[in-house]
Design a protein around this ligand. Structure first.
Ligand SMILES: Nc1nc2c(ncn2[C@@H]2O[C@H](COP(=O)(O)OP(=O)(O)OP(=O)(O)O)[C@@H](O)[C@H]2O)c(=O)[nH]1
Length: 203
């Protein structure tokens, strides 16, 4: 039987409430978008397998609640992540200012070698833009990380962003096998019940 995947990478999305973390994951894993806003309770994940450099990479993408009251639960998941995506909303200046706090939170809670990526989401809303691309470019350069402007609504740069992070993790791991092949189908899509989030774990 052909093996389902070569590597398993665990990714985590963080950022203020309402910046579009859940929508980015739904766009990436299901190629779907919904305008309705249901704030994430605690933590949730979805899976998609992608081909990178001839390898099948299974991405387990964890969605965290942006609300402060879930901080204790969500920071507990940082340690198991190989890549962390920091998301702000280009129409919300405060969400961009808070990226510094989210960076600090990574420093305090994540593994030392974790790969990071900065995303400015909702770039379809150009007329309401408050954060200039140059500001975010500068911040990303200061932290030595990649930066994309994305739109979960239009799909702009969503696949590119996730693939670029996966590629960086793959290169960093030197192609070492991580994760157990044959365990799950590459088309497998799992999601935890938003109301039943305690069942999920990032091992
Ligand atoms: N125009 C536009 N709206 C978006 C985009 N992404 C998300 N939204 C909207 O922004 C709102 C919040 O999106 P969510 O994905 O739930 O935000 P979140 O960051 O997961 O929020 P929390 O779960 O509270 O942390 C929803 O109404 C979405 O429809 C985007 O790319 N463009």
């Amino acid at each position: 039987m052909a093996k389902a995947y070569d590597h398993l990478f665990k990714l985590l999305l963080i950022g203020d409430s309402g910046v579009g973390k859940t929508c980015l994951i739904i766009r990436f894993a299901e190629d779907n978008f919904n305008n309705t806003y249901i704030s994430t309770i605690g933590i949730d994940f979805k899976i998609r397998t992608v081909d990178i450099e001839g390898k099948k990479i299974k991405l387990q993408v964890w969605d965290t609640a942006g609300q402060e009251r879930f901080k204790t639960i969500t920071t507990a998941y940082y340690r198991g992540a190989m890549g962390i995506i920091l998301v702000y909303d280009i129409t919300d200046e405060k969400s961009f200012e808070n990226i510094q706090n989210w960076m600090k939170s990574i420093k305090e809670n994540a593994s030392a070698g974790v790969e990071r990526l900065l995303l400015g989401n909702k770039c379809d809303m150009e007329a309401k833009r408050k954060v200039q691309k140059e500001q975010a470019d500068k911040l990303a350069r200061e932290h030595g990380i990649r930066f994309f402007e994305t739109s979960a609504k239009s799909s702009m740069n969503v696949d590119e962003a996730f693939s670029s992070l996966a590629r960086d993790i793959l290169l960093k791991s030197g192609g070492r096998r991580s994760g157990n092949s044959n365990k799950s189908s590459s088309t497998d899509l799992k999601t935890c019940d938003k109301k039943n989030t305690n069942k999920c774990s990032l091992g």
